[in-house]
Design a protein around this ligand. Sequence first.
Ligand SMILES: Nc1ncnc2c1ncn2[C@@H]1O[C@H](COP(=O)(O)OP(=O)(O)O)[C@@H](O)[C@H]1O
Ligand SMILES: [Mg+2]
Length: 391
Amino acid sequence: MTKEIIESALMNVTYPGFTKDIVGFGFVKDINIAGSVVTVTIDITSSAPEVAQQIKDEATVELKKVGVTNATVSVNAPKMPRESSSKGKNIAPHVKNFIMVSSGKGGVGKSTTSVNLAIALAMQGQKVGLLDADIYGPNIPRMMGLEGVKPEIEGNKVLPLKAYGVEVMSMGSLMEDGQSLIWRGSMIMKAIEQFLRDILWSELDCLVIDMPPGTGDAQLTLAQSVPVTIGLTVTTPQMVALDDSRRSLDMFKKLNIPLGGIIENMSGFIAPDTGVEYDIFGRGTTEPVAKEFGTKILSEIPIEPSIRTGGDTGKPIVYFAPESETAKRYMKAAEELWAQVVEINEDGGVDNDAIQPTTPPGVSACSTGGASTTAAASTSTQSSGGSCGCS
Ligand SMILES: Nc1ncnc2c1ncn2[C@@H]1O[C@H](COP(=O)(O)OP(=O)(O)O)[C@@H](O)[C@H]1O
Ligand SMILES: [Mg+2]
């Protein structure tokens, strides 16, 4: 019996919910052969007991097939997270946690981050949905390899698509290719509400939401519609990008959304040929901003050509190159993010009561300039007041 035989046998064990095997994901940590006794150690990232059991059973069967009669398969899993304890208005109550991914400006890697974190969370055993709420630039379908795939309609509800273990829905999947819309404030609010109300998401542990860039109606509407568990800001290290991410962090504070940290994207460059890391956009610029807002840098993601090609071809790096440095950083960021979500829930969860619209009865919120809470007044940079024509 050789290690190679054992390994190729284990390649027949797919990770539950995915099409990829446990060897490919790098979960097989140790293979020990002592005479006829084979001991295999598998570290999984999922805390669901049924995942561990299924892997153990299938691995034992596969090892038998290649002649191992005396196999010990131990599967190590992290402990089960607590359920959400959030309160307040929630128009999507079957979703336990909402993770809002925001950025001050476009093009900094918000969608790339959302995609890879969502898949990483799913690989770690969470039931994950990914909502592409970036109505101005819905790129998630392409990045998830779902371009042109139309969702099924059930009654008057829409079934989410599924890719890489994640449920996905995007405005892009509902629009014709290349079609553009001009969004008014009130339309944005309606669209966000519909995404939450009219999509048949499963019972999800979390919904990762790729927001439009900036701090406007979409952010406010989302925060008022569901209790957002945690907010992430994606930035690049240049000063000009950081100025905008300050606004994004400030918005989270005003909306009472706990800060999960900053993802510093395009932080350095890893040369594909040598693996050497170079500094391109500057370094050390994000740290003071994180400190200023009492949060931290959740991860530094380098510029890696395979991140871009992965995005363009619908083959996300965490899934297709789990051994790469960048994939490992996404996995670690997802772990730390989830630890924070668990902690927030253990501390009593979040509540969005304080940011509900305070429009007097009989007056439309739209006709008074968006929801006129203090949060709205100071965070909304795009005014919806008067222009929506729904009074
Ligand atoms: N770390 C990275 N390395 C290489 N390319 C990246 C990286 N992050 C993002 N990109 C690429 O940059 C472009 C913009 O990223 P995207 O996630 O679409 O930004 P946003 O959603 O903020 O507009 C995409 O083509 C994406 O593939
Ligand atoms: Mg985007």
